[in-house]
Design a protein around this ligand. Sequence first.
Ligand code: ADP
Ligand code: 5GP
Length: 191
Amino acid sequence: MSYSGKAVIFSAPSGSGKTTIVRHLLKVIPGLEFSISACTRDKRGRTEQDGKDYYFLSVDEFKQKIDNGEFIEWEEVYPGNYYGTLKSEIARIWQAGKAVIFDVDVKGGVNLKNYFKEKALAVFVKVPSLEVLAERLRARGTEDEESLSERLYKAQFELQFEDRFDATIVNDDLQKALQEAEKLVREFLNK
Ligand code: ADP
Ligand code: 5GP
């Protein structure tokens, strides 16, 4: 079965669990392929690989691609750190007969939903409270205090955009959230 032409978008404030959910979906649903974004932030130690987690570019390389019209959407997510979706990624995945799945911040998710419209299922992931979000970001251990407070500040703004999405998952109990995500995506792909 070909899922070419379909897109699944998972967006959430940083730390809400969208990457955990998207990784699970990629394991259990073979018709999905991850859209690898381009970004200009530094690679996280040994856990990330160029061309797998992101295409890691310099700011100059990134700006050149903006000028060439190579992005569907791009954003300066944090000051000096650019992220974006390359048109070539979507073409590559649809040519392989797969649906593309995105793991992007909320503004990026809204932009992608506006671009793909009914071709996309856009899912908003949230946690029960900002306190829980802070705990999870601390426990992940990837942010210093400055980056953590930037992310929490941004989260309060992002939570206002939930109604632009087709569905919301509250990621409290992880197993339940994974099941819910799987059900939504399978229904959308088989429609
Ligand atoms: P995001 O991609 O939205 O930034 P992550 O998937 O990296 O979020 O999740 C943030 C952290 O919270 C990770 O350390 C992850 O293992 C953990 N996590 C995800 N879901 C849950 C959950 N339901 N309960 C507790 N911890 C969770
Ligand atoms: P991180 O640095 O934690 O990997 O990602 C920072 C934020 O940028 C996350 O919220 C992530 O989802 C978002 N992001 C990743 N790729 C893209 C993209 O292609 N476009 C946009 N707009 N945001 C992205």
